[in-house]
Structures are given as C-alpha cells and as structure tokens.
Design a protein around this ligand. Structure first.
Ligand SMILES: Cc1cc2nc3c(=O)[nH]c(=O)nc-3n(C[C@H](O)[C@H](O)[C@H](O)COP(=O)(O)OP(=O)(O)OC[C@H]3O[C@@H](n4cnc5c(N)ncnc54)[C@H](O)[C@@H]3O)c2cc1C
Ligand code: SF4
Length: 511
C-alpha cells in the first residue's frame, strides 16, 4: 500500500516507483484535524483538498487503484493517524511504501502507526528536493555557522546552475544589492499584469462549498480562489510568471504597494510545497529565460537563489533542528498575538494592508511577511509559538518545514542566530522607504514619541533598549545599538512608556 499525504502530490514520487496496478493500492485521506490543529485559512484548506482530489483523479486516469477518504465521508474520524490505522486494518497490506513526510509530526505518526499495526514500512527519500536531509546534515556538521549564502554556493556548484567553467555566471554569486528597489512616488507600472488566473473547475467548486460549510468560522475568504491545483496548471502559471513578471522580479522583490499583494512575485510556493511543481522545472525555466536574453541576470539569480538556496536551506534547518526547534525563545518573548492579526482592525496602515490581503487571498509576499508582519511581532515581543501558529494557519503555501524556520529563525530571531546573523529589526522608516503605506497612515514613521509616533519606530527603540546587552555583543548590530547613545535618560523613559502604552492599547484592540 502506497501512502500519499496532502503535500506529496508528485507523479514522479519515489513512493510510486515500482507500483504494480494489479496488486498495489494508493491510500489518501482528507482529515479535518489537519485544518484545525492550527486554525487554517479557508484558502489553505481548499487548496490542499482540491489539489488532493485532482491528483487522485489523475492517478485513477493512469489506472492506479486509489482508496481515497473524503472529508465528509461517513465514519471519517477527522484524524489522519486514525484513518491510516483503519486502512491498515481493512487492507492488511504486506508493507507500506511512503516518501519521507515533510512534517516531523506526520513522520512520527506514520512510524508509530505502522509499528503498532506490525506493518513493515518502506520509507523512501523525497526526490523532489535538490539535496537530501542527510546531505544537509553533513554540510551542517562541517560548518560552524549555518549561513544560507555558503550552502547556496555549494548548491550552485553541485547543480551547475548559473555556472560557467566552475565560476558563477557574471562573476558574482549574488546580486542581492540589485534586488532592493522601491517604486518611488509613482508606484508599479500601470500595465502590471495580475497573476495567472486558474478558474475553479467542478472539483474546486465542490471543495469551496465544502470548506465554507465545514469551516465557517475559519479565517479568510474563498471569494478570489484561482490557484493552480494540478501540475499542468502550475506549469502554466510558471510560464506566465517567467514571461510577465520575472524581468522585474529582481529589482522589485522587496518593494510593497497599497492594494498590490502580488506585484512581480510568482505565487508558486504552494504548488511547489504540495509537489505539484518540481523546483527543477522552475529553476530551468528561469535560467533559460536569462540565457535567451528575456530576463536580466540579477532577476534570474535573485529568483533562483530563493529556490536553490533559501528553500533547500530552510528544509535542511528544519530537519536538523526538529523537534526541539519550536521551543526556541532566545529573546524571552511572551506577549500574546494581538487580535489585529486575525481581523486587520488597526490604524497602522502597513498592518491593515498586509493582514487585509492575507485574509483576502491567503497571501502576502516575502518582505511583507518578514518586514511588516514578522517585524511587528518581533518588536512587540510576541511569544514565538503564537506567531508560528498564525503563520502556519494563514498562508496557502504554509507547510511546517518551510514556515517554522522562516518564523522562528529568520523573522523572530528566537533561535538566537542559528540562521540569521542578526535580528531583522527596523523602524517604521524602512517601511516608509520600501512602500507607500506610510503616506496613507495617521502615524509618522520618523517619530518615536508623542501622539503621531509610528508604533514600529517606538517599538524598535524599545526593542534595542530592552535587548541592548545581548545585541551589543553582535558585530552586525553594533551600529544600531550605538545609536542608543543619542538618547538621554528622559527620552529612553519616554520611549519605554510609549511602548508599554502601545502594548496595552493593542491588547485592548485600539491601535
Ligand atoms: C515569516 C515568514 C514565513 C514564511 N512562511 C512560508 C511558508 O509557510 N511557506 C512558504 O513556502 N514560504 C514561506 N515563507 C517564504 C516566502 O515568504 C514565501 O515562499 C513566498 O512569499 C511565497 O510567495 P511566492 O511564491 O510568490 O514567492 P516568490 O517571491 O515568487 O519567490 C519564489 C519562490 O522562492 C521560494 N522562497 C522564497 N523565499 C523563501 C524562503 N525564505 N524560504 C523558503 N522558500 C523561499 C518559494 O518557494 C517561492 O515560491 C515565509 C517567509 C517568512 C519571512
Ligand atoms: S507610519 Fe508606521 S504604522 Fe504607519 S504605515 Fe508607516 S510604518 Fe506602518
């Protein structure tokens, strides 16, 4: 019996190698518990269910025997482990074949359930990724600091992507400095094309109705659902991205703009995370666009770095650090997650915008996740577990192996610098530089005290004051910490008081 979980929808999966249609069976199940262990956004639930149902249909078309339990099937316990247990009792298979799960919790469940049933488990490596878990672990053992940049260079050498006679194309590994453009006063191009649209078909429409009926109180809306739910659709979305958005992706990767959630981003993370789309296809298409002269090197390299570098590195961090990674809390952050993360009710325009389109689409791009939503939580001092659960619930592309290191490590610095050499701490001035949000906000990004003070700026200074001792030991934070000497005792006190007041008022929902 081949077990396929919802984030393993890969027709080239190692689990399907050697499948014999005469004897073998594919088992898949929808379980409500997977949508409620964190309060999942409706788009995230619908995306998983629709993609799973399409995948099962495609397997049947290819003459695979598929046992598929729908969410609303009679006797569905709602618990993935229990459903697997029931299937093992019903089919009593010779062995279970599976690809190593993406999530630690699911892997533990699979190991325990098959062991308890006495069914041998043939657990195979996940060929979707460029590197195996073991390769990353070996790399990690030989490096004192686990910096993405060094891992990325290894991956470039290993794959030959954007390489010429053993050297990086263009003479540099990294065009990061060319990836930080803002839109200035005018904003993105007037003819900026919206992302590729996949109209919901019959299966997706059924799923949308099911999700709305089963999870009515979950966050978000399905009104705009148009995501790629099959490999063919994901490949069409990739083609569309490469043609229309890749050339400007490099320059505007970090830019933000009012009512423009997608800008030049690909919206491909979900399709890759469910394995509908192979990252090699993505990287090849982007490299090819560069070679044909259809995209500048800074855009192609900037995009490839996200997939060949960040995505692989993040997975390696997850698997080398689990299960203890979730307990990291280097900055001793204990605040509750403010309600505004669930309802976008706030005067802070940057948060109103980014939480707003997160609720509308289950999407926010990387810099919004890191430098608005994550930054606010870091400066506010939210308990890392609370903010982790929010991220895991709220994005359509959220799966734990990629979400957790991005949140715990990159955005909250809860791992004390295992991943990032310094916390991503900034004041409202960063947001003012990279977006037009501040122009439509009642607060002023330059001010840290007083009625008009930007809460990000107040909290930023309060953050530096609170963590001065730890941060002053970090060579990359020295400049920022040194700026504290400009504040006299009175100003320090005023900032701390304003930060406390902000926290109290936010807890009451009035900021
Ligand atoms: C706090 C936080 C939480 C995040 N949670 C998730 C998550 O749950 N799932 C997820 O896939 N990504 C997550 N990311 C990474 C990144 O923000 C998303 O992959 C990206 O925004 C998805 O949109 P896109 O497909 O349009 O990406 P694009 O901007 O078009 O980027 C291209 C691709 O690069 C990959 N990528 C880019 N940055 C990263 C990164 N930091 N880590 C891993 N892969 C990356 C993704 O596969 C993405 O599709 C998170 C980042 C932060 C800071
Ligand atoms: S002024 Fe501050 S709160 Fe307002 S949009 Fe700018 S950064 Fe956000």
């Amino acid at each position: 019996m081949v077990v396929i979980f919802g984030d393993q929808l890969d027709h080239e999966s190692n689990a399907l190698q050697g499948f014999d249609p005469a004897h073998d069976l594919v088992w898949m199940a929808e379980a409500a518990g997977e949508s409620t262990h964190v309060l999942s956004h409706k788009v995230r639930i619908a995306y998983f269910l629709s993609s799973m149902r399409h995948f099962a249909e495609e397997l049947r078309d290819r003459k695979y025997r598929v046992e598929y339990t729908k969410l609303n099937a009679e006797n569905n316990s709602g618990d993935l482990g229990r459903e697997l247990e029931t299937a093992l009792r019903k089919f009593n298979p010779e062995r279970v074949v599976a690809v190593e799960p993406g999530e630690y919790r699911i892997e533990q469940m699979l190991l325990a359930t098959t062991k308890q049933a006495g069914t041998p488990l043939d657990l195979r490596p996940d060929g979707h990724f460029y590197s195996t878990r073991q390769e990353f672990a070996n790399w990690a053992k030989t490096h004192k600091q686990l910096r993405m940049e060094f891992f990325y260079r290894e991956m470039r050498k290993k794959t030959g992507v954007l390489m010429e006679q053993g050297e990086p194309v263009g003479g540099r590994w990294n065009f990061d400095v060319e990836n930080r453009g803002a839109f200035g006063k005018t904003g993105p191009a007037k003819n900026l094309k919206p992302p590729h649209h996949c109209p919901p078909d019959k299966i997706t429409r059924e799923v949308i109705n099911l999700v709305n009926a089963t999870f009515p109180s979950h966050p978000g809306s399905l009104a705009h659902f148009d995501l790629p739910v099959t490999t063919a659709q994901a490949e069409a979305a990739l083609k569309d991205f490469v043609h229309h958005h890749l050339p400007d992706f490099g320059t505007y990767q970090d830019a933000m703009w009012t009512d423009q959630p997608f800008l030049y981003h690909s919206r491909l993370a979900g399709a890759m995370n469910l394995k509908l789309l192979n990252p090699r296809r993505v990287v090849m298409a982007v490299e090819d666009a560069y070679q044909r002269g259809c995209a500048p090197l800074a855009a192609a390299e900037g995009f490839i770095r996200q997939i060949l570098g960040w995505r692989e590195y993040i997975r390696g961090i997850y698997w080398t650090q689990m299960p203890k990674y979730i307990d990291s809390n280097a900055l001793h952050a204990t605040e509750k997650l403010p309600d505004l993360y669930w309802d976008a009710k706030t005067d802070m325009e940057c948060l109103r915008q980014t939480v707003g389109h997160t609720l509308d689409y289950g999407y926010a791009h990387h810099i919004e996740r890191l430098m608005v939503l994550g930054l606010y939580s870091l400066l506010f001092g939210v308990d890392p577990v609370e903010i982790h659960k929010w991220y895991l619930a709220i994005y359509w592309d959220a799966v734990e192996w990629v979400e957790m290191p991005n949140v715990i490590g990159m955005s909250q610095f809860a791992d004390g610098g295992l991943m990032s050499s310094k916390p991503y701490a900034a004041s409202g001035k960063y947001i003012a530089r990279m977006s037009n949000f501040c122009r439509n906000c009642r607060y002023k990004p330059d001010e840290s005290i007083g009625e008009d003070a930007c809460p990000f700026t107040t909290l930023y200074w309060a953050f530096l004051l609170k963590h001065e001792k730890i941060l002053s030991k970090n060579p990359r934070m020295m400049m920022q910490v040194r700026n504290l000497t400009r504040l006299d005792t009175g100003k320090r006190k005023a900032i701390q008081n304003q930060a406390d007041l902000h926290r109290q008022q936010t807890a009451k929902g009035s900021y």
